[in-house]
Design a protein around this ligand. Structure first.
Ligand SMILES: Cc1cc2nc3c(=O)[nH]c(=O)nc-3n(C[C@H](O)[C@H](O)[C@H](O)COP(=O)(O)OP(=O)(O)OC[C@H]3O[C@@H](n4cnc5c(N)ncnc54)[C@H](O)[C@@H]3O)c2cc1C
Length: 379
């Protein structure tokens, strides 16, 4: 389903725009099963890694369809930009998640209910099927992610933190912001007091009756968290960018050839590989291989631009002798590594993030109001 290269991603995007985007808002909530995914784009593994940029996805889509017809799709593409910006302004949501995860992991390491859940042996047929699907295809439909998280939290009564870790381990599109905030939202601690409860009728309807007799806890209160996260204002300002320096790129920005920064002259580009040894959350072999293949694909494409380029493991960052800039990796494991191991670094931010993140101080409803501004500026 997901070949690890930009060529494949571009073809997938064009095919979706030409054949399926017009029906997206009507059909997007249906999960017809892993071999029938035409109603949604399945582009997230590429967008997450920056193999496709949000701007190019929106811009090509708007070349073929009017904004009014595909507004829902544009909103979804910008949801991930919003979640990222939201987390940037409240970074301790991520650091607290990692701290709590370590404690909870030890508590649950031999818990039979947890082990049954991650092995897909809960006797809740749909859930067990989704565990298999996640491990086989490294992708789940958005609605299914919501049902999955809801069953995990409210029927299996397991901590959301472990569920979020399980997703990150297997999803090709695993992303600190969308995943952590998605799980918090289902639990009812993202929008305090408002949780997402999966129900039998909803699963039956939107899986086209693929699942029946689903016994769930359909009447449970939201989880409660005492902790609130006030905004810590940040300016995402770029330094003056000088020519002939090195640019360091992480796994979230793998299409330098279409990046805003392409207009500057870099002497060298270093792509950073982050293996499990340096990660708090260990990824499955397939996810690590997917990332490695995408890095290699980007390496080849940069070399065709006649720019010196190599891939380095994250621990070699401190050995880079030349002056370098880092294309900002966003909150997550790569940034954690930089903050704990390096003392002197200069981040460069993407223009889309610089602009859009200034609208992430409130809820998505408020952010939505700025979408026309974002479109006008970038497309
Ligand atoms: C519990 C939970 C965990 C999630 N974890 C992740 C994750 O780790 N990484 C991730 O990229 N998305 C995550 N999502 C969001 C969403 O499920 C996926 O982005 C979407 O299913 C990807 O499929 P698609 O490309 O076919 O999406 P489409 O419906 O075709 O949407 C197009 C693009 O819009 C963006 N998008 C769509 N829905 C959302 C959303 N709800 N939130 C943020 N961006 C969205 C994605 O970049 C997606 O590729 C999670 C959602 C939930 C409820």
């Amino acid at each position: 389903m997901f070949e690890p290269n930009r060529d494949f991603a571009c073809k997938k995007l064009i095919n979706f725009i030409n054949n399926n985007l017009s029906e997206y808002s009507k059909l997007r909530n249906f999960d017809f099963g892993p071999d029938q995914r035409r109603n949604i784009s399945c582009l997230s593994p590429y967008i997450t890694h920056g193999v496709l940029s949000e701007i190019e996805v929106m811009s090509l889509s708007l070349k073929k369809h009017s904004f009014v017809k595909i507004e829902k799709f544009i909103q979804e593409v910008l949801w991930r930009v919003y979640w990222k910006g939201w987390l940037e302004l409240r970074s301790s949501v991520w650091s607290d998640y990692i701290i709590n995860l370590k404690i909870i992991r030890e508590e649950y390491e031999d818990d039979p209910k947890y082990l049954e859940a991650i092995e897909g042996k809960t006797n809740i047929e749909c859930f067990d099927q989704w565990v298999k699907e996640l491990k086989t295809y490294n992708y789940l439909h958005n609605h299914t992610r919501m049902w999955f998280a809801s069953i995990w939290i409210f029927t299996l009564d397991l901590p959301w933190q472990l569920g979020a870790e399980f997703f990150l381990k297997y999803l090709y599109d695993g992303d600190a912001a969308s995943n952590t905030l998605g799980w918090r939202w289902v639990a009812g601690i993202q929008t305090q007091g408002k949780h997402y409860l999966a129900s039998e009728w909803n699963i039956k309807k939107f899986t086209n009756n693929r699942f029946q007799n689903i016994k769930l806890n359909e009447n449970v209160p939201p989880k409660v968290s005492e902790k609130t996260y006030p905004i810590i204002k940040k300016d995402f300002v770029n330094p003056v960018i000088e020519n002939d320096k090195t640019l360091v790129i992480f796994e979230n920005n793998l299409s330098f050839e279409i990046a805003d920064l392409k207009k500057y002259k870099f002497n060298k580009i270093v792509l950073i590989n982050n293996p499990n040894k340096f990660r708090q959350i260990k990824l499955s072999d397939k996810v690590i291989k997917f990332k490695t293949d995408l890095l290699n694909d980007q390496l080849e494409r940069i070399r065709t631009l006649s720019i010196d380029c190599e891939i380095l493991t994250i621990d070699k960052l401190k050995d880079i002798k030349d002056d370098y800039y880092i294309l900002y990796p966003s909150i997550g494991e790569n940034l954690d590594y930089i903050l704990s191991e390096l003392s002197d670094y200069k981040f460069l931010y993407r223009e889309l993030d610089q602009f859009s993140w200034s609208f992430c101080n409130k809820g998505f409803f408020n952010f939505k109001g700025y979408i026309p501004k974002i479109i006008t500026k970038f497309i």
